[in-house]
Design a protein around this ligand. Structure first.
Ligand code: PGA
Length: 243
């Protein structure tokens, strides 16, 4: 696991966006694992900019998002479908809908859909590059503390800490869904390369625990120590607290 301090969120986001563009140029059918949340917002801004500046054709790029809230339709402004549409996909016409995968959060049998999502991932994969944020409780995707390392895409219960942290994106904490569909830890670990981004005060503790090196389901991100190709990008705020 390589820890890289690019000093602030802007520089790290710009750097990672550039890496993604280089990958798409060298492999037009790249399989990209996408994440959502506040951490990724600047990255997608730079990515949109660079995609358009380089006139990239994205029709063969395959994407898999990590997760979606249960109970929010793809048109719901607070869903991760909408997040991706608004932050990335709507800015370029060459994205191919058939190659974009985001778990469905609404339907009579989400477990079956989650199972099918995992199968699609296996068929299209492995993911060349997986983006990850980290939760204050150490989750990756919505794999909360206690998640088995062999977990696959499935319906999960969100912890009070995640509901609290994500309530800033909702009018009322009671509106935050209590479940999500999330890729599992084993789904994430199949990626060839993983980039985790963490910025700011709220993530100091999670990153500190991650870098202590103990591997335990109590800190889901700690599974990444068992992967050979992980970059963790942090800012000064976190890095200066690691010494
Ligand atoms: P955030 O979420 O980027 O909104 O902090 C990250 C996560 O919970 O994985």
């Amino acid at each position: 696991m390589r820890v890289i301090n690019l000093k602030d969120k802007q520089s790290a986001s710009e750097h990672v966006a550039t890496e993604i563009v280089k990958l798409i140029i060298s492999k037009p059918n790249l399989v990209l694992g996408l994440a959502t949340g506040g951490t990724m917002i600047n990255l997608y801004q730079y990515l949109v900019d660079l995609i358009n500046a380089n006139n990239l054709d994205l029709k063969d790029v395959v994407t898999f998002n990590l997760d979606e809230y249960v109970g929010l339709s793809s048109e719901d402004k607070r869903s991760y479908h909408e997040y991706m549409q608004e932050r990335l996909f709507k800015y370029n016409d060459s994205w191919n809908d058939n190659n974009i995968h985001i778990p469905n959060g609404v339907g009579p049998n989400l477990q079956v859909e989650a199972f099918n999502y995992e199968n699609q991932l296996e068929q299209c994969g492995p993911i060349d590059l997986q983006l990850l944020g980290i939760g204050e409780n150490g989750h990756i995707g919505f794999n909360e503390p206690g998640t088995p390392f062999n977990s696959q895409t499935r319906v999960v219960n969100l912890t009070p800490s995640t509901i609290q942290a994500n309530s800033k994106h909702f009018d009322d904490i009671n509106d935050v869904p209590i479940q999500a569909v999330s890729m599992g830890l084993s789904s994430i670990m199949r990626a060839n390369h993983i980039i985790l981004l963490a910025f700011g005060e709220n993530k100091i503790n999670a990153v500190k625990r991650l870098l202590q090196g103990d591997v335990s389901p109590e800190l889901p991100a700690s599974i990444l120590h068992q992967h050979k190709n992980v970059d963790v990008y942090v800012d000064d705020v976190i890095y200066n607290k690691l010494k």
